[in-house]
Design a protein around this ligand. Structure first.
Ligand SMILES: NC(=O)c1ccc[n+]([C@@H]2O[C@H](COP(=O)([O-])OP(=O)(O)OC[C@H]3O[C@@H](n4cnc5c(N)ncnc54)[C@H](O)[C@@H]3O)[C@@H](O)[C@H]2O)c1
Length: 253
């Protein structure tokens, strides 16, 4: 895969599921990783597992929706450890089975804000924390894990989630344009269904869902992690502002 030695990557929401997979794979490629999660114990667990496998990892718990907390944590980490070369915005309040699908007409307005806070503002807060440093160094990689639902309408009851993910996709496109001249790339992964077992959730109906996908299987965290390793690499300097659909072959446009 791609050589990430000498790079430092911050992965948000990496205490379990997709984020933990991304942290593990980036560390295996040689990156030092800052493992963020709102849940301190989970962040430490992922970091510990990476260290036991011979990698370099630090737990960096904070809530991505709290800008002051994000700025404090990232500044402290950069002072004590290393500048962040790669940011993977993975923290989100939804993966398969993470919430009960609710049509918009039945939705609680408090949830409109809740979905937007983590899936869109969380991305902005973390980008804000790393961008000035990346621009000063003339190099940076930002990857956001969004969802196919941010681009296409398919499932019923995910409009709040889709709106926030769609906002993140649009934000990332413009981040790419604004920062390309400073050597910073910004790309988004519009992710399809990942095995809920990776997040400790029940794997209901996954066999039927897998059968509907051209490749015949649902995803595992290593699938988005491999794409993150590429997007984080020096070789990926000519890809920016893109939304890459990673979903086992579902038609998306
Ligand atoms: N799993 C899927 O099928 C799937 C599909 C499409 C997109 N995604 C996206 O991929 C990302 C990861 O999904 P997952 O299924 O691994 O999720 P998950 O729920 O298993 O893990 C998310 C992690 O983020 C942490 N987190 C939540 N809010 C946070 C906050 N405010 N600050 C810091 N950490 C926070 C949680 O504690 C948790 O450990 C999410 O953005 C999700 O929307 C997942």
């Amino acid at each position: 895969m791609f050589d990430l030695h000498g790079k430092t990557a911050l992965i948000t929401g990496a205490g379990q599921g997709v984020g933990a997979g991304v942290a593990r794979v980036l560390a295996a490629q040689g990156a030092g990783v800052a493992v963020n999660d709102i849940d301190k114990d989970r962040a430490e667990e992922t970091a510990q597992a990476i260290r036991e496998a011979g990698g370099t990892a630090y737990a960096l718990p904070f809530d991505v929706t709290d800008l002051d907390a994000v700025l404090d944590a990232v500044r402290g980490f950069e002072r004590k450890a290393a500048p962040v070369d790669v940011l993977v915005n993975n923290a989100g309040n939804a993966g398969a089975g993470a919430f009960r699908p609710t049509p918009f007409r039945q939705s609680d307005p408090a949830d409109w804000r809740r979905f937007t806070e983590v899936n869109l503002f969380g991305v902005m807060n973390c980008a804000k924390a790393v961008l000035d440093g990346m621009a000063a160094r003339g190099h940076g990689r930002i990857v956001t894990i969004a969802s196919g639902s941010g681009v296409i309408g398919q499932a019923i009851g995910v409009s709040l989630y889709a709106a926030a993910k769609g906002g993140a996709i649009a934000f990332m496109r413009h981040l790419a344009i604004e920062n390309a001249a400073d050597g910073i790339t910004a790309n988004t992964i519009a992710l399809g269904l990942i095995d809920p077992a990776a997040s400790g959730r029940e794997a209901n109906h996954t066999r039927e869902m897998a059968a509907r996908l051209p490749v015949g299987r649902i995803g595992v965290p290593d699938d988005p992690a491999a794409l993150c390793a590429y997007l984080a690499s020096d070789e990926a300097s000519w890809i920016t502002g893109q939304t890459l659909h990673l979903n086992g072959g579902s038609y998306t446009s």
